[in-house]
Design a protein around this ligand. Structure first.
Ligand code: OSB
Ligand code: MG
Length: 323
């Protein structure tokens, strides 16, 4: 006997979370719960505005069709919408016991803006110090100086940087010029420095600063390849697809010597704790990029260890459909 419940959530965000061109006041998504006999599996489907190509309404319509099939005893094909494919595959994997419960709750602290605040956060990281700093929001030269100061002040710090394709080659060079060549190998990678992949590759070769692909991974012509100056690919499962698709990308990356970094698309604590399990399972030697929970004002159903935000329970959610 199969049973399905589909819930909808809306969590208030911290004031001032801006995604590309839009302020995100609430994070809205769907939660699926599959039951069969004694087994239960949960999954989150939350298209991210400005990043996902599908809307929440489209995702809801698509998942309802999958859920009706599943409740009728069939195995739905992998959904074409990445957020739906990811959430359904998590729920099915929990149900079958194939998503291990061990999790990697280490996360690379996400920093932007104020260098003093940054410094306090970085000093407090226990063990291997890896942090992620958003660059490209202010002057490239200022970014270069901030990065240089941090690397100089904290000799055991490694940085991941993310420019989200905001620089021209000239601006990217303006950044690099201020980073002491001796510290450059402590930049684990800089995600997508330039507007085009060719410019980013060229930047990496000329500056010795390693880069990572993020947006590129989700473009149709992208192939996982070893290339000079490329250190890693970033995988955001909600934007990418099913666990199987993510697993395939990760194994292709590892085969050619690239790191694969599981990263957040600002899922709720339910989705984030599942991503921490995916990371422990498929990328055990890499700290995932999951430090986004504090952008929200509440957790959902499953808490992230030691996080103090209030927890919304499943009974507070609207039911969209029940089989
Ligand atoms: O990767 C991380 O460490 C955190 C997640 C993150 O940066 C992000 C989250 C949502 C949308 C875009 C991005 C991004 O990589 O710019
Ligand atoms: Mg990025």
């Amino acid at each position: 006997m199969r049973q399905v419940t589909l819930y909808r959530y809306s969590l208030p965000m911290d004031a001032g979370v801006i995604l590309r061109n839009q302020r995100l006041k609430t994070r809205d998504g769907l939660i699926v719960c599959l039951r069969e006999g004694e087994q239960e599996g949960w999954g989150e489907i939350a298209p991210l505005p400005e990043f996902s190509h599908e809307t929440l309404e489209q995702a809801q319509e698509a998942v309802l069709a999958d859920l009706q099939q599943w409740a009728a005893g069939q195995q739905p094909n992998e959904n074409a919408l990445p957020s739906v494919a990811f959430g359904m595959s998590c729920a099915l994997a929990e149900l079958s016991g194939s998503l291990p419960t061990d999790a990697n709750y280490r996360k690379a602290p996400l920093c932007s803006g104020d260098p003093d605040e940054l410094f306090a956060v970085l000093q407090a990281i226990p063990g291997e110090k890896v942090a992620k700093v958003k660059v490209g929001l202010y002057e490239a030269v200022r970014d270069g100086m901030v990065v240089n100061v941090l690397l100089e002040a904290l000799p055991d710090l490694k940085l991941r940087l993310d420019a989200n394709r905001s620089w021209t080659r000239a601006k990217a060079d303006g950044f690099a010029k201020y980073v002491n060549p001796e510290w450059r190998n402590r930049i684990a990678f800089l995600e997508e420095p330039c507007k085009t992949r060719d410019e980013s590759r060229d930047f990496a070769r000329q500056t010795g600063i390693a880069i990572a692909w993020d947006e590129s991974v989700r473009e149709p012509d992208f192939r996982v390849e070893a290339e000079e100056g490329v250190a890693a690919i970033v995988i955001k499962p909600t934007l990418t697809g099913s666990l199987q698709r993510c697993q395939q990308l990760i194994s292709q990356a590892h085969q050619v010597g690239l790191d694969a970094v599981i990263s957040s698309s600002i899922e709720s604590s339910l989705g984030l704790t599942q991503l921490a399990r995916v990371a422990a399972w498929l990328t055990p030697n890499t700290v995932p990029g999951l430090d986004t929970l504090d952008l929200m004002q509440a957790q959902l159903i499953r808490p992230w260890p030691e996080n103090t935000l209030p927890l919304q329970t499943v009974s507070s959610l609207d039911v969209v459909w029940r089989s």
